[in-house]
Unconditional design. Structure first.
Length: 348
């Protein structure tokens, strides 16, 4: 079986998360599909227990896994329920992942059927007391999802600039909506890491859009922001954040025609002295390679332009000269760059 689908939204930037809020309208009570008790799929589709999906109705669910929609077939439920020593439900992010696992099938079957699945799964997996607690959380979670329909949408970026004040206001609306339907404990478990990353992303955008700061100053602020993330998020996002920040600030440094000292300061702020030394070594290797290729392409062009030689003799001279200038392991790369050059393409 395929591994359970991890639908945790941790990697989403705040802006992306908020701009897609409008895509959650599918939970609206006015959804035409929700009034239907059954759903239709390919007649050959079967669930984990062998029941044909087309024959499944909400009232027939025992475990919630009967006749799963196609997108969930051959998958495992993502998330887990936990119960404490007193029989109460432990509030964890795993509960949300279970809900989202089933809700991901919206569009393949009505919301009514999906919610019946979740309730059946809850009752199958949990003792009565904990099941009642889980269903209460489900009711609040669905009400929250439906309430997102009323959240004001943020306009797309203009000239590459996002209206950060509008994004902040929308985040406040979403957070206020959560407090209407979910307890602080549930909000923390369901959205804690996600909110921390969204706050970081919003602050990061503010730094990147602040053109009054030098690239080096921005690098320092970005590094400080990253340190404010929860440790687990720092570890999971470190590499991609460093790459994105380094790429963006290096491009800005190039556009400003900055000095080598400024570039080193940017790099040290983001990746530290040792990694900066390695990057500078790579810069020297890249510069040396570019110099060699430029020289070689000029020599090759001169040979190919020698009218006193026949075409075959010119090619033999080119092949011999290439072996004099490059190591055997470099020949394939050189040949590829030659072809790009001949097509008039910019060399990487």
């Amino acid at each position: 079986m395929r591994q359970g689908m991890n639908r945790k939204a941790i990697g989403l930037a705040a802006v992306v998360l908020l701009l897609i809020v409008g895509g959650l309208y599918w939970l609206s009570p006015s959804d035409g599909g929700a009034s239907s008790g059954a759903y239709s799929v390919d007649s050959g589709s079967e669930g984990a227990d062998g029941m044909r999906a087309s024959a499944v109705t909400p009232s027939s669910f025992k475990t919630g896994l009967e006749g799963l929609p196609g997108s969930l077939s051959d998958t495992e439920v993502d998330g887990e329920f936990e119960v404490d020593a007193n029989g109460h439900l432990k509030i964890t992010n795993g509960i949300r992942r279970i809900f989202d696992y089933f809700l991901s099938a919206v569009g393949e079957e009505p919301v009514e059927s999906i919610l019946a699945r979740i309730r059946a799964y809850i009752r199958h997996k949990l003792p009565a007391g904990a099941a009642a607690e889980a269903e209460k959380i489900l009711d609040g979670y669905i009400a929250y999802k439906r309430g997102l329909e009323s959240v004001q949408q943020v306009a797309p970026p203009s000239n590459g600039q996002m209206d950060l004040d509008a994004v902040r206001y929308q985040m406040q609306q979403v957070q206020a909506l959560r407090t209407q339907y979910l307890s602080p404990e549930v909000i923390s478990a369901f959205f804690g890491d996600e909110d921390a990353y969204d706050r970081y992303t919003l602050a990061r955008l503010g730094v990147m859009q602040n053109k009054q700061l030098s690239p080096a100053a921005r690098a320092q602020q970005l590094a400080a922001l990253e340190q404010q993330l929860p440790v687990a998020l720092q570890e999971s996002m470190k590499a991609i954040n460093q790459y994105q920040n380094l790429q963006s600030l290096t491009e800005d440094w190039q556009a400003r025609k900055g000095t080598p000292a400024e570039l080193r300061q940017i790099r040290e702020s983001l990746v530290g002295p040792e990694a900066t030394d390695r990057l500078e070594s790579l810069d020297r290797e890249r510069s040396d390679w570019d110099r060699r290729m430029t020289s070689w392409l000029g020599e090759r062009a001169a040979i190919m332009a020698n009218a006193s030689l026949g075409e075959q003799d010119r090619q033999r001279q080119v092949d011999a000269a290439r072996l004099q200038h490059f190591q055997p392991a470099e020949i394939v790369r050189v040949g590829s760059l030659e072809r790009m050059h001949d097509r008039g393409e910019k060399l990487p």
